[in-house]
Design a protein around this ligand. Structure first.
Ligand code: ASP
Ligand code: MG
Length: 406
């Protein structure tokens, strides 16, 4: 069987008209002799609306019941797609996570798919049915409904591709693919033809919102090729694939950024073993994600300064946790809420010397001050003043020739 998984995101099924459009896309693949498995998100905005209901009615709404509510968005969109396909004369039906079932483990609201039972779907495909599977949901060992992390229907689609051994997984979304940087900020941003899992994972984790990072990790582990393209355009999209299948003269594939970060500096922290762990323990316990961390070499060997960044929305809580942490001592806490992180990403930098230098030189030429630097094998991130964000991305986009060709 030549199986293909087609996944439609929230905006793609955002209205009844759009759902009709989606069914036509599905039919076009049936006509190409594919056995089509569809995975859908909820109509855009629906999951948020459901979430706000749980928040309005109770301060501590239980997570298991939250999943029961949040999973209903997909039930609507899937039934609408299946219903319209039937109306067009095709055989189709919706499948909720528990009906297959899609088995998950882990906590509510951040469960992970461990297995998808294939029998029912395979039988249905053999009889020329078009199954429409609800993304973002499953059931656990206790037969409770679970959801994956927000945006998790990407992951559902990729794992469907894995379990059903699909030839391809196409993610239909509201953008034409993955861009060298956000086209809303930089007009010259170019659509990338091919990007490696590793690069895409960095781009997504660093702020490019095209796909959910966990889903790319799953695709990488299972070697599933993903085609990201627009529901509303015939243009080819971006292929996310193995590094070795990509030929490109560009060292840097893309530039991503975050807009709302905050930087905290603890001045005069005792320089002795275990201190950093004591600072970060309460943040971990409160699920606050720490991003960049730098500790200065202490001059006299007794005191040091420690700087780290977090999401701006976590600032209030973090500040309290640091100030009330009785296991640590410091002289002063400095907070900067006007920072942004800009990152250049590319597997090519592993083999190309001078990338760091070129990045810093380009920023220096524009008199942009770098506040914190962090690197991994395939990315370099700098923290800068938020007011310089656009200028920085622009200059780096030019420096690494992303305006031209890919
Ligand atoms: N509907 C879910 C959400 O909004 C899942 C998804 O869209 O992928 O997070
Ligand atoms: Mg989504």
């Amino acid at each position: 069987m030549k199986i293909i998984v087609l996944k439609f995101g929230g905006t793609s099924v955002g209205s009844l008209e759009k759902i009709v459009k989606v069914t036509k896309i599905i039919i076009s693949y049936i006509k190409k002799k594919y056995k089509v498995i569809v995975v859908s998100s909820a109509m855009s905005g629906v999951t948020n609306e459901l979430l706000s209901k749980t928040k309005k009615i109770a301060q501590n709404f239980p997570n298991d019941e939250k999943d029961v509510i949040l999973s209903t968005g997909e039930q609507i969109s899937c039934a609408l797609i299946a219903g319209k396909l039937c109306d067009f004369g095709y055989k189709s039906r919706s499948w909720l996570g528990w009906q297959l079932p899609i088995l998950t483990s882990g906590n509510h609201s951040s469960s992970r798919i461990v297995k998808i039972q294939k029998t029912k779907i395979l039988n249905y495909l053999k009889k020329d049915g078009i199954p429409i599977i609800a993304g973002y949901q499953g059931i656990n060992n206790d037969f409770r409904i679970t959801t994956l992390e927000r945006g998790g229907s990407d992951t559902s689609a990729i794992l469907c591709a894995k379990f059903f051994d699909a030839e391809k997984c196409i993610i239909f979304t509201d953008v034409k693919g993955v861009y060298t940087t956000d086209p809303n900020l930089i007009k010259n941003a170019k659509k990338i033809e091919k990007i490696s899992y590793e690069e895409m994972l960095e781009m997504a984790s660093l702020g490019a919102k095209v796909m959910q990072p966990v889903s790319i990790q799953e695709a990488r582990l299972n070697r599933i090729e993903i085609d990201v393209r627009s529901t509303f355009s015939k243009m080819s999209g971006t292929l996310i694939t193995k590094k070795k299948d990509i030929l490109s003269k560009n060292t840097i594939r893309g530039i991503s950024f975050t807009k709302n970060d905050a930087k905290l500096t603890l001045i005069g922290v005792k320089d002795k073993p275990g201190i950093a762990a004591l600072i970060f323990k309460p943040l971990y316990e409160n699920s606050i994600n720490v991003d960049m961390v730098v500790q200065n070499v202490s001059a006299g060997g007794r005191e040091t300064d420690l700087t780290f960044t977090i999401k701006l929305e976590d600032l209030k809580k973090t500040r309290k946790l640091v100030e009330n942490n009785r296991y640590i001592k410091f002289r002063k806490l400095i907070v900067n809420r006007n920072v942004s992180k800009v990152s250049i990403v590319g597997v090519g930098m592993v083999t190309t010397p001078g990338v760091t230098f070129r990045m810093f030189r380009a920023l220096a030429k524009k008199k942009i001050n770098i506040e914190v630097i962090s690197t991994s094998e395939i990315k370099i991130s700098v923290l800068i003043n938020k007011k310089n964000l656009k200028k920085s991305v622009e200059i780096l986009h030019q420096e690494f020739k992303l305006n031209n060709s890919l």
